[in-house]
Design a protein around this ligand. Structure first.
Ligand code: FES
Length: 227
C-alpha cells in the first residue's frame, strides 16, 4: 500500500461545513458516547464527511478535531490509516479493484486494464467526473474472485465483459445489481449444489433430529446416582 497523504493544497477547499442533513447524523453519533469519550465518534464523523463530499478534505479534518476536542493530528492519523477514507477528490463511482492473489489468479489484472482503458489512470477522476478506480488489497470475497467494490457494494465473479457492462450501465445512469455475475447464489457453487451428490460418498438420508443435545445440562440425577 502506498503512503497515504492528504490532497495537495490546490485541491483542498477553503472550508468545510456539514449540511443540515449530515449534522443530524453527526448529532446521532456524538450522542452515542459520553462527553468524556466523545472522540470515539471520530470514524463515524469522517464517514459522514465522505458520504457528503465523496472524500475527506483537510478543513473537514480540522472541523472534526474541533468538534471532538481532540488534536488535529489524531484525526489525521485515523483518516490516513483507514483506506476506506478517500483523501483526494474522487469520481461519482469509485471502483476498488481487488488485486490480491486469488483475484489476481482469476483475472484481476485484466479488470485493472479495462478500468484504465475506460476511466484513465488509477487514483484519478475520469474526464466526465463519473469514475475513479483504485487497486486495493483483499476485500474478503475471494470465493467470488475476481471482484470489485463499487461505492458501497460488491460486484463479483467478474470478467472484462461484465465489468465493461457495469461501466456502461453506470454511465447511462442505471444502478447495476450488486452480487455475483455468474449463475450462482452468493458464493454457492455455480450451477447448483455440488457437494455430497455422489452416492458412493453419501447415501442421501437425512439425519434424524437429535432428541437431546450431547452437551445439554442434566436436570435430574445421573445414572450413577439413580443406581
Ligand atoms: S483476494 Fe480478492 S477478495 Fe480476497
Amino acid at each position: 500500500m502506498s503512503v497515504r497523504r492528504l490532497a495537495p493544497a490546490d485541491q483542498q477547499p477553503q472550508s468545510f461545513k456539514f449540511t443540515p442533513k449530515s449534522l443530524e447524523v453527526v448529532k446521532f453519533w456524538m450522542g452515542k458516547y459520553p462527553e468524556a469519550r466523545k472522540r470515539s465518534a471520530v470514524i463515524p464523523l469522517l464517514w459522514v464527511v465522505q458520504k457528503q463530499e465523496g472524500w475527506v478534505s483537510e478543513p473537514a479534518i480540522q472541523l472534526i478535531a474541533e468538534m471532538l476536542e481532540m488534536p488535529v493530528i489524531r484525526v489525521l492519523e485515523v483518516a490516513t490509516f483507514y483506506t476506506m477514507f478517500h483523501l483526494h477528490p474522487v469520481g461519482k463511482n469509485v471502483f476498488q479493484v481487488c488485486g490480491t492473489t486469488p483475484c489476481m489468479l482469476r483475472g484481476a489484472n485484466d479488470l485493472k486494464a479495462a478500468c484504465k482503458k475506460h476511466m484513465g489512470p488509477k487514483d484519478t477522476v475520469s474526464k466526465d467526473g463519473l469514475f475513479t478506480w483504485q487497486e486495493v488489497e483483499c476485500l474478503g470475497a475471494c470465493a467470488n474472485a475476481p471482484m470489485v467494490q463499487i461505492n458501497d457494494y460488491y460486484y463479483e465473479d467478474l470478467t472484462v465483459e461484465s465489468l465493461e457492462k457495469l461501466i456502461a450501465d453506470l454511465k447511462a445512469g442505471k444502478k447495476p445489481k450488486p452480487g455475483p455475475y455468474v449463475k450462482r447464489f452468493n458464493s454457492a457453487p455455480e450451477g447448483g449444489e455440488k457437494t455430497l451428490l455422489d452416492p458412493a460418498l453419501y447415501d442421501g438420508h437425512l439425519g434424524k433430529p437429535a432428541k437431546t443435545l450431547p452437551n445439554a445440562p442434566t436436570t435430574g440425577k445421573s445414572k450413577k446416582e439413580k443406581a
